[in-house]
Design a protein around this ligand. Structure first.
Ligand SMILES: [Ca+2]
Length: 293
């Protein structure tokens, strides 16, 4: 089931902190070299993606890391969120104000091998939220994350791509968004969307026969030169063909998770002082050419 909704981009709110570029990119940083191969569905399209991407080899020298102008689309990415702290060579942890909430490192942390993103409607301080985004940029390939959204009604938990680039990007964006007010007994919706600056948005609410906050599932999307395909575990949720839709994704982007709240669309804020926790066990990017058939 799908429906057209008003523009609801995860990047639709300006980032207010002076001098900060929240969707910024790093100049140098190390890379994960872990590569996993699984699942399939679009090997031919992904092979084409690889051809278009120029068949670059993965970077192994931090000094050769990407810049905003030179994405390295064949580089894999993986984080299992082990240890005591977020790997800040891979991730920029948000500390700015976005989407009507104040993000902060104290609400963005690792515990029991999971990334935790906490949001609370603090009765004194207002909405205190959290967000994290890759330093690196990516293009065609498969994103997968084993995650479990919060069960607190009135918040949004997201996994999305964004070409922000300090405000100068295309703002092309691919979304998976969990609106927790839709969660019920063995039922829910997941909101899928594609946005870009100066383009109409596309949105779809896919009805699920389970509650995503009951257990961990692997959520993700394939991004190819021809289409985007969202999935949960081995189930395809939607295939978005560019030739039938308003936005084509063709620019490098960062991968971001956040949790936020607002009235209206998200039906927030949540009950005062109730902590909402979004957990992510691991995340992986498999470049197009390395997705197993
Ligand atoms: Ca983990």
């Amino acid at each position: 089931m799908s429906s057209q909704l008003p523009y609801q981009s995860d990047s639709d709110t300006p980032f207010a902190a002076p001098g900060q570029t929240p969707e910024s990119r790093a100049d140098t940083h190390p890379h994960s070299s872990i590569l996993h191969r699984r699942r399939v569905s679009c090997a031919l399209g992904l092979m084409a993606a690889f051809a278009l991407a120029g068949c670059q080899t993965p970077a192994v020298d931090p000094a050769a890391a990407s810049t905003p102008d030179e994405p390295e689309p064949s580089r894999p990415f993986f984080d299992n969120f082990e240890g005591d702290a977020i790997d800040t060579s891979k991730w920029e942890v948000a500390t700015w104000y976005e989407h009507a909430g104040q993000t902060g490192t104290e609400r963005t942390y690792i515990e029991d091998g999971m990334l935790h993103l906490l949001i609370v409607n603090d009765s004194e301080a207002g909405v205190l939220s959290s967000a994290i985004q890759t330093w690196d940029t990516f293009l065609y390939g498969r994103w997968e994350a084993r995650l479990k959204p919060s069960n607190v009604s009135g918040v949004l938990n997201s996994m999305y791509t964004i070409d922000w680039n300090g405000g100068d990007g295309t703002r092309q964006e691919i979304d998976i968004e969990f609106l927790t007010y839709t969660f019920g007994d063995d039922s829910a919706e997941v909101h899928l969307a594609v946005h870009a600056a100066n383009r109409d948005s596309w949105n779809s609410d896919v009805v699920l026969d389970f509650n995503p906050s009951d257990d961990f599932h692997v959520w993700g999307f394939d991004i190819t030169p021809e289409y985007i395909q969202w999935f949960v575990d081995d189930q395809v949720l939607y295939t978005y063909h560019y030739d039938e839709k308003p936005v084509t994704v063709d620019a490098p982007y960062q991968l971001k998770f956040n949790t936020r709240s607002q009235p209206g669309w998200i039906r927030g804020p949540a009950e005062p002082d109730v902590e909402s926790i979004y957990q992510i066990d691991w995340i992986r990017f498999t470049p197009a050419a390395q997705v197993a058939p």
